[in-house]
Write a protein that binds this ligand. Structure first.
Ligand SMILES: [Zn+2]
Length: 224
């Protein structure tokens, strides 16, 4: 059995649930002794089952009156089944959804790429003439921002707010960084469309609230 086959047939989950046929079981055991990833899946799953079992036991023992025991043991078996199913669902979710997405994000971050950033400089702070940024789900937004520097400030913070005024991001900028045009990345998220605000605050000293020194607006358009 190859690792791909193990993943595609959910061999680790089915192994834990004792659902593999004799031959599949042998083949998977042979594979996971050599495959760290599958061995880890099996070990994590087995630990979960053991822990769930222990917790069930202690909750049964914690039952105050002995005559209640039958009531608890009646539920213990189906509940254990539910927990095992939940664990299997979690493992499947990790393998099918989380891990491929993580791997995809890492691959994207490592691949060479030209990044298009939307310049906010000179953007009107009022009115309809605001720069437009196209947002694709799962991709960050890139903006070019100039910070109007002043020796009074020990640092700067960019505060990005969504169309509904909700907080989107806070980014700290050192005076050194502020000397050049910044490339600002707003992490991938569900960017709802509308007019966003990027406010630049100057920080005079630690613990003091920032002083707003500039405000840019930009329109986020959902491309999908
Ligand atoms: Zn494997």
């Amino acid at each position: 059995m190859t690792h791909m086959e193990a993943l595609q047939t959910f061999a680790a989950e089915r192994y834990l649930l004792n659902e593999l046929s004799g031959r599949e079981r042998d083949e998977f055991e042979e594979h996971f002794f050599e495959c760290q990833e599958c061995a880890l899946d099996v070990r994590a799953g087995a630990a979960f089952v053991t822990q769930a079992g222990t917790e069930l036991q202690s909750s049964t023992q914690a039952a105050p009156e002995p005559k209640r025991r039958p009531f608890f043991s009646f539920f213990t078996l189906p509940l254990a089944g539910v927990l095992v199913a939940a664990m299997a669902a979690l493992l499947i979710y990790q393998n099918v959804v989380t891990l491929p997405r993580l791997r995809g994000e890492i691959a994207t971050a490592e691949a060479p790429a030209a990044i298009t950033a939307t310049p906010l400089m000179g953007a009107a702070t009022r009115g309809e003439d605001v720069p437009t940024v196209s947002a694709t789900a799962g991709h960050p937004l890139y903006l070019n921002v100039d910070v109007p520097t002043d020796d009074r400030y020990a640092g700067y913070t960019l505060q990005v707010s969504g169309a509904d005024g909700s907080h989107v991001a806070s980014i700290n900028i050192s005076p050194e960084q502020a000397k050049n045009t910044l490339l600002v990345r707003i992490p991938a998220a569900e960017h709802s469309g509308g007019i966003y605000t990027l406010a630049i605050e100057g920080l005079q000293e630690a613990g003091m609230p920032g002083v707003q020194i500039a405000q840019y607006r930009f329109r986020v358009l959902n491309a999908n």
